[in-house]
Design a binder for this molecule. Structure first.
Ligand code: ZN
Length: 346
């Protein structure tokens, strides 16, 4: 079958569309899906460059964490979908039997892995995943929208609901609007009735964010004191900061927090090591929260909202598999607003 593969470490020059053996069902709990579209995440860049902490895969390695398509085959133990169903895929795969998995805390499974990182990815004509990782699509979705939905939305949902417990009328600051997780965080924040400020180095992206409900856009390159502008707008620091940039923004994120505020992170695209003055942490009683991916319960929650049309990802551009290197370059350059999608099959 056709698949987009990495043939070596070192980034998009090592991407190739190849003919590889199709996957087969090995467990009665699995499903085989004919992929229509796959979507890129920053994780795909980490995998392509073998970033620290990311396992070096066996080559050729099929890339892509996000995907959507049509069920081709189900194992005997799968009841909630059947061949012909359109489905979304949850890229986070867990063992399903350990103590965290049994408690519905799959993100703490010691065997937790992500499609395209620890397992063959979604940028292929077919993929096999546990049945618990797929959910039927209802209503009107384009294939790019469906493919682009899960990883960003699930990550943002867990960050802001389960972890940061963002409440109606609270204020949130989101760094780097344009990236998939940041855009999804804005959508989730607005869904919860929170007031959102966003930052970008691009005025074009700030304008797009205002269309999605951001009430304040700050150009963080043109503005020396981002925290000051945010405090001036809201009359105080914010309740929640979403900072997945890391080192370049960390101090400004803390400065923007109000006493008792929560900082939540799901990434460190700008650098992973930061400094923390513990006196400020305890004096202001801040909470520093990590978050990654989401549980099956959270997946069900976002799918319900997606199917109801209440959360849908903006799609920046759609590329053919043959042009995937261009999509990787656009992602690496941070040029996109929303998701970059690969069309796998018509
Ligand atoms: Zn487990």
């Amino acid at each position: 079958m056709r698949a987009l593969c990495l043939t070596a470490t070192g980034g998009s020059p090592h991407l190739a569309v190849m003919d590889v053996a199709p996957p087969v069902l090995r467990e009665p709990t699995e499903v085989r899906i004919g992929i229509r579209a796959a979507a890129l995440n920053h994780l795909d860049l980490w995998v392509a460059h073998a970033a620290p902490g990311v396992p070096v895969p066996a080559f050729p390695h099929i890339v892509g964490s996000d995907g959507a398509g049509v069920v081709l085959e189900v194992g005997a133990a799968v009841n909630h979908v059947r061949p012909g169903d359109r489905v979304l895929i949850n890229p986070g795969v867990s063992c399903g039997t350990c103590e965290p998995c049994s408690a519905g805390e799959e993100v703490f499974c010691r065997r937790f892995g992500i499609l395209g990182e620890h397992r063959p990815g979604t940028a292929a004509l077919e993929v096999v995943v546990p049945g618990s990782n797929v959910a039927p699509i209802r209503g009107e979705w384009s294939w790019p929208e469906a493919a682009a939905f899960t990883l960003s939305t699930l990550t943002a949902w867990r960050m802001l609901t389960t972890r940061a417990r963002l409440a109606r009328s609270e204020q949130v600051l989101i760094w780097g609007i344009g990236g998939g997780a940041a855009v999804a965080a804005l959508q989730v924040a607005r869904h919860h009735g929170a007031r959102a400020a966003v930052t970008s180095s691009s005025d074009r992206k700030l304008a797009r964010a205002r269309e999605l409900g951001a009430e304040l856009g700050v150009n963080h390159e043109a503005t020396a004191d981002v925290a000051g502008v945010v405090k001036q707008h809201f009359g105080s620091g914010v309740h929640v900061v979403v900072d997945s940039v890391g080192a370049p923004t960390w101090q400004r994120s803390l400065k923007a927090l109000r006493p008792g505020g929560r900082l939540v992170t799901c990434g460190s695209t700008g650098g992973a090591a930061v400094e923390l003055d513990l006196r400020r942490l305890f004096w202001f009683q801040w909470s520093l929260l990590g978050s990654t991916m989401g549980t099956s319960r959270e997946f069900a929650q976002i799918v319900a909202l997606g199917n109801a049309g209440q959360l849908r990802p903006p799609v920046d551009a759609v590329y053919s598999l043959a042009d995937a290197a261009d999509a990787y370059r656009r992602l690496a350059g941070g040029e996109q607003f929303g998701k970059l999608v690969l069309e796998v099959a018509p």
